[in-house]
Design a protein around this ligand. Sequence first.
Ligand code: 13P
Ligand code: SF4
Length: 346
Amino acid sequence: MENAKETIFRIKDERGDSLAVLGHHYQSDAVIDCTDIRGDSLELARKINGLEAEHVVFCGVYFMAESAAILSRPGQKIHLPDVTATCPMADMAEAGRVRKTLAILEEGGRKIVPLTYVNSSAAVKGVVGEHGGSVCTSANAKVMLEWALSQGDAVLFLPDQHLGNNTADVLGIPADERLLLPGDVIHGDPALAVNPDEAEGKKLILWPGYCPIHAEFTLDAVRRIRENEPEAKIVVHPECDPAIVREADGNGSTTFLIKYAEEAPAGSTVYIGTEENLVNRLAARYAGCKTIKPLLGVMCEDMGKTTLENLARTLETLDSAAPVTVSNAVKEPAKLALERMLAVCS
Ligand code: 13P
Ligand code: SF4
């Protein structure tokens, strides 16, 4: 009897160019081995834009499949092997609360431009698109924040407070020109949580979301390595707390982290602060040449929901299973927001 991997490769062979399997770098090695295209969020969004395949299977989390559905061409079907694979950070910003917060912040007559991290729902991207804003990824956050700042009086950056603060550090936006919205805005009523007077004069207003995976990394872990292995380099993802990013030797998207490991000299040691699947893959790739270690072993449970078994099942049911869809009312403005990013970062 055929095993899951054999099923996947047989169907890929049979379907040829009418099927494309995409995977984010945080997927397991077994799944990554079955993908045609791998990348960080920006690279994957760019690739979808020009993809001809009728069926696109996205090995990642829900917001990624939604973005693919928004950017897909007519007739193209986007599939996600496990539709319960969400991003807990994306779930920290709900579209209705984002819309209400923007209205409260604009009560004084200032124009607030929303900039959402790609790790957000299609509905949030829709609100952002309607409001003249755009999307960013960890690879282009600096360029997109500069763009957003040029479009109005202040920017509402969401949902990741850390990526927002880290990018503001790069742009030299002083701390007293930033406002972190209270945690209550995530689950509560923005009318009770947001005080428009506090936002007056601030350039950057930050939604209080964060990635629970990257929140596991601590400054203590960084300092211990500095003490015990002063020669070792430390690089982290900008979803980490700014205190950690400031002490690291570098930070950037998953593609940046992969390139850093690749370019590290033979014999060197590099600690990487991001999801463990990616770090372990890099450690195995360079074993015997250089030492790549996780700053701490943390896996994204949702990214891990894609397995060979559910990928095989998805491929077996391509013509009958319901693809991931986004309603037209959301799709139009969300597409506008994503296309603004792709135009600014072309
Ligand atoms: P990038 O691959 O774009 O750096 O994003 C990391 C991430 O957390 C995706 O969920
Ligand atoms: Fe979301 Fe963090 Fe998982 Fe990325 S690693 S999908 S940001 S929870």
